[in-house]
Every structure is written in C-alpha cells, then in structure tokens.
Design a protein around this ligand. Structure first.
Ligand code: HEC
Ligand code: HEC
Length: 329
C-alpha cells in the first residue's frame, strides 16, 4: 500500500503540477525529502568512501596556510585558508561560544559564503540575521526535514546561542559582501550524482541522467569543498527554460504567487531588513520556500511570505530558485 502511494506521488511530483496543499499532504506521509529530495538531502548509506589519510598535509590554491587533514575538524572551528579575504573573525565565528554554540564559520565558512546544505549568510541585513536567531531561540524556525543533519544541527545551535552571540555573529556576517558563488547551467541531462556529506557528489565515470524537475547543485571542485575552501563555489544544473520561467514568477507572481520584487528589490538584493536572494544557493532557497509553505518556518516576519508561497508547486520552486541563483549578488 505504502509503495503504491509513493509511486503515485513520484509521478505527480515529477510532473510538477502538485499544488501547495497536496505537497503538504505528501510531506505528512513521507517527509520533506519525498517532495524535494535534491534540497532536503539524505546521505546514501552506500556512498561512504574510504577515509582519506588524516596525517596528509593539505592546502588550497592561493593560500599560504597548510595543515594536516585531521586539523579540519568541527572542534577546531573552520580552517582559515584566506585570512586576507575577510575581516578578522570574532570568537563565536572562529571558535564557537557557550555550550552548544558551534563555530559559525565551520559550516557557513569564514567569509559567510556558505554551502548548499547550510546557507550563505554574508551580506544579509544585520536585523534579518538577528531575527532568524531569535526565531530559532523561540522555536519558530524548525527544520522541514529533521532527518537532514545540518538544518537540525542549526536548530540546536539557534536554541543555544545567546542574544549577544547572535548579534556579534550577525554584525560580522552582515559586514561582508556576498560574492558570486553559484554558476547556473540549463540542461536536460546531468552527471549522475549520489548524496554524501549532505550534498550532490558527482559519481566519477558514472555517466549522465535526465534532470527532470529538480536542481542539482554540486561543488565546482569536490576536493576543495571538502577542505572547506571558502573560495571554491558551486554549479547548479537546472532544467531548460527554468531561468526564464522563474523570472516571470518573480517579476509578476505568475499563476500561483505574487511578485517578489516589491519586497526583495528589483534585483533581489534585498531591501532594508528583507533578505537578499540573488546569487545564493538554490538548494537552500528551495528549502526555505517549502518550510515557509508548510509553516515549519514560522518566524516573526514569516507571514509576509504567505501569499508568495501558499500555492507554489515543485515546478514553481525549481523555476524560482534557478532564476534567483542565476542573478548577480
Ligand atoms: C553545523 C553547521 C552549522 C553551524 C556550526 C552554524 N550553522 Fe547556521 N545554518 C546551518 C544550516 C544547515 C542552515 C540552513 C538551515 C535550513 O536549511 O533551513 C543555517 C542557517 C543559518 C541562518 C539563516 C540564514 C538565512 O538566510 O535565513 C543564520 C542566520 C545562521 N545559520 C546563523 C548561524 C550562526 C550565527 C552560527 C554560529 C553561532 C551558525 N549559524 C552556526 C548550519 C550551521
Ligand atoms: C510582502 C513582502 C514579501 C514578498 C511579496 C515576498 N517576500 Fe520573500 N521574504 C519576505 C520577508 C519579510 C522574509 C523573511 C521571512 C522570515 O523572517 O521568516 C522573506 C524571506 C524569503 C526567503 C528566505 C530567505 C532566506 O535567506 O532564508 C525566500 C527564499 C523568499 N523570501 C523568496 C521569495 C519569493 C521567491 C517571493 C516571490 C514569489 C517572495 N519571497 C515574495 C518578504 C516578502
């Protein structure tokens, strides 16, 4: 029985015509991963590769820093490969804070550019970043797919962080310009990928497959991303035509939404405390649209997004995030 439900749903979702309410019914049956598996990533247990040599001394291009691989460890905070490319990190970003407050820079990277499984926080408005931390602390920002490790980890950090820690981190990240980070490529066929380390990893020699109705965001250089190089970005493969369809929704609202530009700005670089969307991870943005739709993200300001997300389909979400990611930040 369960299997026949899945088959039905996969067919609907693949067609991309499911309206908001039906997506939520699906989520209740099988979780957000069943609706947007490319955004709410669950690692493939078979994909764990052999552990690389912990004693090997590693570095990245353009850096004078080197360290044994074992030094890249969540307890040590982020490796700071390019200290000349960002302001000095405050303690909470570089080393962490009180109990349960893990160094922000380990996941968001020292320059705040972030990765698909977390978020780019650089250049977002100070008030916005502080509000998000307040929302977590108040239990109003919850992970749409608790089985996906990083967002659940962020929830625990948000619950643990003090107002003071949140403000120091927000001041730091909001002071840094967000740089071009994601190259969007329209295609009908993508390299075969598997999920490991909460991201799409290209399977070496694995051939190609149809893209379908999804975004496949993968590191430009997997080795550098694994070393947490904050100068090595991502490629997002999106379906043909997605960018133009997304532009139509963002500027007019299309059939299922409202124009986004009124609040996020004509160039989607944000206005006042409203966050920037341009050039940021499409996987992250897709999770937010869906978490806002299902109400898992229900912060003090989230009601402003209700009309925009209420009736979005999977196809709309793919098109919107393809377009936002394609913009210059
Ligand atoms: C273990 C990894 C990890 C660490 C460490 C971490 N974060 Fe996060 N953070 C995440 C993830 C994952 C998300 C995205 C959650 C989602 O997809 O819903 C996120 C999202 C955020 C956002 C939301 C951005 C937006 O655009 O709304 C803020 C703000 C944030 N983190 C602040 C912090 C601060 C401040 C710290 C340090 C005190 C920190 N994070 C430490 C993983 C982490
Ligand atoms: C009425 C104003 C308004 C409109 C219209 C609007 N937004 Fe938003 N948007 C906001 C606000 C305010 C937030 C912050 C919500 C929160 O704090 O929970 C936000 C948050 C977001 C986020 C999460 C960003 C992040 O970094 O986590 C995304 C994605 C987003 N909006 C996309 C859109 C899209 C796409 C549209 C149009 C289809 C749109 N918005 C229309 C006001 C608006």
């Amino acid at each position: 029985m369960r299997q026949s439900i899945s088959v039905w749903v996969v067919a609907l979702v693949a067609g991309g015509f499911v309206a908001g309410a039906d997506l939520q019914a699906q989520d209740e049956i099988e979780g957000a991963n069943a609706v947007l598996p490319w955004a709410y990533v669950l690692n493939d247990p078979a994909a764990s590769t052999e552990a690389p040599d912990p004693d090997e001394v590693v570095t990245v291009p353009g850096s004078s820093v080197s360290m044994p691989r074992s030094a890249i460890n969540i307890d040590n905070g982020p490796p700071d490969w390019h200290p000349d490319r960002h302001p000095p990190m405050p303690e909470v970003v570089a080393k962490g804070g009180g109990e349960g407050v893990v160094a922000c820079g380990y996941c968001h990277l020292p320059n705040g550019q972030g990765k698909p499984e977390n978020a780019g926080v650089a250049g977002q408005p100070y008030e916005y970043l502080v509000q998000q931390m307040t929302d977590w602390r108040n239990g109003r920002r919850r992970p749409g797919e608790p089985r996906m490790g990083p967002p659940s980890f962020m929830e625990r950090i948000g619950l643990a962080a003090s107002d003071e820690e949140a403000r120091i981190a927000a001041e730091y990240f909001s002071s840094i310009d967000f740089k071009p980070w994601v190259r969007v490529v329209e295609t009908d066929s993508v390299p075969n990928t598997r999920f490991a380390g909460w991201i799409h990893e290209v399977v070496e020699g694995g051939g190609a497959e149809p893209i379908g109705t999804r975004v496949v965001e993968t590191p430009v250089n997997l080795t550098l991303t694994k070393l947490r190089d904050d100068s090595s970005g991502f490629i997002a493969y999106v379906p043909y035509g997605a960018v133009a369809r997304g532009r139509a929704i963002v500027t007019t609202g299309g059939a299922n939404s409202v124009a986004c530009t009124v609040c996020h700005g004509d160039d989607l670089r944000g206005i006042g405390p409203v966050p920037a969307l341009a050039g940021r991870s499409p996987s992250y943005m897709a999770r937010q649209l869906y978490d806002l739709q299902t109400g898992m993200r229900d912060g003090a300001w989230s009601d402003l997004m209700d009309a925009a997300v209420k009736n979005l389909t999977v196809k709309d979400i793919v098109d919107i995030v393809a377009y936002t990611a394609s913009l210059e930040p």
